[in-house]
Each structure stands twice: as structure tokens, then as C-alpha cells.
Design a protein around this ligand. Structure first.
Ligand SMILES: [Zn+2]
Ligand SMILES: [Zn+2]
Length: 356
């Protein structure tokens, strides 16, 4: 009887594998392509590759790798290895622009291979990849990887403008502040404000979108309570104060996975920051300084520093507004009411940046 049972099971397995073997390669490839572009985690895709020889072969098909999305490529910094590096290179060779940007950022900031990192980002930027255009703008604004004299504000503004046209929120915000302050571009306060409003509106839309998606996922799983924008607090407790003006408290929008990688790389100790170098204080950024005093710091408290005006303005609204105290106040807790606008100073420079 036991034998019969075993026979039945083995027949079942054979039937199953027959069915799979019967599927034509191009159909399997197109399913895998869909999976690689939509997977939420790299493991969702990698586990398929580990299933059997055939799936491994077809999963590494150019057609599949060329479409792998940013979340499929979002390897954890602590899992970085030669094979992860190779996987990204294979995706790039298959024509994947997202992989081009991801590996560009990792090489530039984490592996300190500035030349090849910047050229990979440029390759993605040439294909109108908005985050790549924006990241190159940040590099130009700061003269990252070079000296202070390598800063090219006009190039930064031009790159930012290209990313902003594509609707990149950080670029819109950055450009808005540049126009307001006349930084790298002729001052135009009204136009700057318009861009900042546009950035906020886009942010609102994407926050609500991902919030509703998350909420409906939760409901699907647990058939739980109904959507309540008004008093919703995210698991971390950090809502997005930008939106509180609209009576909503929804989670801050998700950043690009490579920003999470950068932050984790330095915070986990996988990569070490050279003496005196700091990370951008905005939580969702992760960019490190490439030379001492590269980033501007908050001139009121002097305890935080940012890679860009965009990061500074966003972090101010998200977090720093309630933490920032003038330096004297640390010694003497004398409140002077509203802190007002925070200026940013560049250490060793005379530029004073004010945010809206
Ligand atoms: Zn930053
Ligand atoms: Zn401050």
C-alpha cells in the first residue's frame, strides 16, 4: 500500500514537470520578465532562479534582465557580494537602465570608483532616467569626487531642470529652491514657488497612492478596518508633515531603493566613512560627503548637514523643525518663540541659504 502511495505521488510530480516542460521557452521568458519588473523584493525573483536549471537559464535571459525593476535590483547593502555586482552588470549588459543607475550610485558613493560610477549614471541619464539626472545634479552642485572648485552650479541646475520636466519630486524641490535663492540660475521667486507647490502636489499624490495601496493590501490580508486618512499613523509613527496642511497624516513617500542601500552601507559598517566625512542628515538620502565640509550644515544648530537644498528643505519639514535649536539654547534653555527660517551655511564658504 505504501508502495502504491509512493507510486501515485511520483506520478503526480512527473505529470507536473511534464506540464512545465511542455511550456515553450518564450512564454516562460515573458512570464519571468513580468515578474522581474514587478517583484517587490530581489528574493521574489532570485528564488525563481534557484528553483531549477531551466528557470535559472531562462531567468537570466537578456529579455528578462533588461526589465528587472528597481525593487528586484534592490540588494541589501549587507548582502553585497561579487555575485550581486555581477548580476547588476549582467542586467546593464542586457540594456537595463535602472541597473545602470543603481550600480552607478553604488560605485560612485560606496565603492569610491567615481569615474565609472558617474559614467554609468550618465548612461542612464542619457536615456532620460530622472533619478540619474537628479543625482548627477547633486554631484555637480557639490563638486563631489573632486574639489570645491569643481562645483558647477549651472550644470547642476540644467540637470535638475531635465529631471524636473520628467516629474522627479526631489529635482522639482531642488530647482524651486535654486530659483527662489538665485543659486546657479537667475533668481525668480514666483517661478521657484510654483515649482515647490508642484513638488508638494506630486508628493501628495504619490504618498496617497502608496498609502492606499498599502492599506488595501492590509485589508486584503486581514480584512481589517476601513481607510482613515485623518488619523492614520505609520508603523514608525512618522507621518508626512508636508501633508498635514491638507488635514492628512500619511507616510512619507518611499525613496529610491539605492538610497536605502547607501544609508545601510555606511550605517551597517559595510563601508567606512573617512575621518571627518558625514552622511546627509536627511533620512531618505544616504549620500556621503566625498571630501571634508562638502555638505552645507544648518547654521542655526550646526548639528545637521545636507547634500542639497532639496534634502534640507524636506528634512526640515519632516523632522528637523522640531529638533533644531540655536546653539546658545543648548547652553541656556531660553526659548525665543518661533525659530523662523533656518539658514544654511557652507563651512568655509560665505553662501547663506535660506529656505522658504
Ligand atoms: Zn541628501
Ligand atoms: Zn538646525
Amino acid at each position: 500500500m505504501l508502495q502504491r502511495k509512493r507510486q501515485r505521488t511520483s506520478r503526480k510530480t512527473t505529470e507536473k514537470s511534464d506540464f512545465f516542460d511542455g511550456l515553450p521557452d518564450d512564454l516562460v521568458v515573458s512570464i519571468l520578465r513580468k515578474l522581474s519588473s514587478s517583484a517587490s523584493y530581489p528574493s521574489d525573483f532570485i528564488n525563481i532562479l534557484l528553483t531549477c536549471k531551466r528557470l535559472n537559464r531562462l531567468g537570466l535571459h537578456r529579455f528578462v534582465l533588461s526589465k528587472a525593476g528597481s525593487k528586484s535590483l534592490a540588494v541589501k547593502a549587507t548582502n553585497w557580494s561579487d555575485s550581486a555586482h555581477r548580476f547588476l552588470k549582467n542586467c546593464i549588459n542586457a540594456g537595463n537602465i535602472e541597473a545602470c543607475y543603481t550600480l552607478g550610485m553604488i560605485r560612485f558613493y560606496c565603492l569610491k570608483d567615481r569615474g565609472s560610477g558617474a559614467s554609468l549614471m550618465a548612461k542612464a541619464a542619457n536615456k532620460s532616467h530622472a533619478p540619474a539626472l537628479y543625482s548627477l545634479a547633486v554631484i555637480q552642485f557639490n563638486g563631489s569626487g573632486g574639489s570645491k572648485t569643481d562645483k558647477d552650479l549651472r550644470a547642476g541646475v540644467a540637470l535638475c531642470a531635465q529631471a524636473a520636466i520628467l516629474g522627479h519630486v526631489d529635482a522639482l524641490r531642488e530647482l524651486g529652491h535654486c530659483l527662489q535663492d538665485g543659486y546657479g540660475v537667475r533668481q525668480n521667486i514666483n517661478q521657484g514657488r510654483r515649482l515647490l507647490i508642484q513638488a508638494n502636489a506630486r508628493e501628495l499624490a504619490s504618498s496617497l497612492n502608496s498609502f492606499v495601496k498599502r492599506q488595501s493590501q492590509q485589508q486584503n490580508h486581514h480584512n481589517q478596518r476601513r481607510v482613515n486618512y485623518q488619523h492614520y499613523t505609520y508603523a514608525t509613527g512618522s507621518g508626512c508633515p508636508l501633508l498635514s496642511d491638507f488635514g492628512c497624516n500619511v507616510p512619507a513617500p518611499e525613496g529610491h531603493p539605492v538610497n536605502v542601500f547607501l544609508k545601510e552601507w555606511f550605517e551597517s559598517g559595510m563601508g567606512e566613512l573617512s575621518q571627518g566625512l558625514r552622511l546627509c542628515s536627511h533620512n531618505g538620502c544616504g549620500r556621503p560627503e566625498t571630501r571634508a565640509h562638502e555638505f552645507r550644515r544648518c547654521s542655526v544648530c550646526g548639528t545637521v548637514n545636507y547634500c542639497s537644498r532639496g534634502c534640507q528643505a524636506l528634512d526640515w519639514k519632516l523632522r528637523h523643525k522640531v529638533e533644531c535649536k540655536p546653539m546658545e539654547r543648548w547652553l541656556e534653555e531660553v526659548g525665543d518663540g518661533e525659530g523662523g527660517d533656518v539658514g544654511m551655511e557652507e563651512v568655509g564658504g560665505a553662501e547663506d541659504l535660506a529656505i522658504e
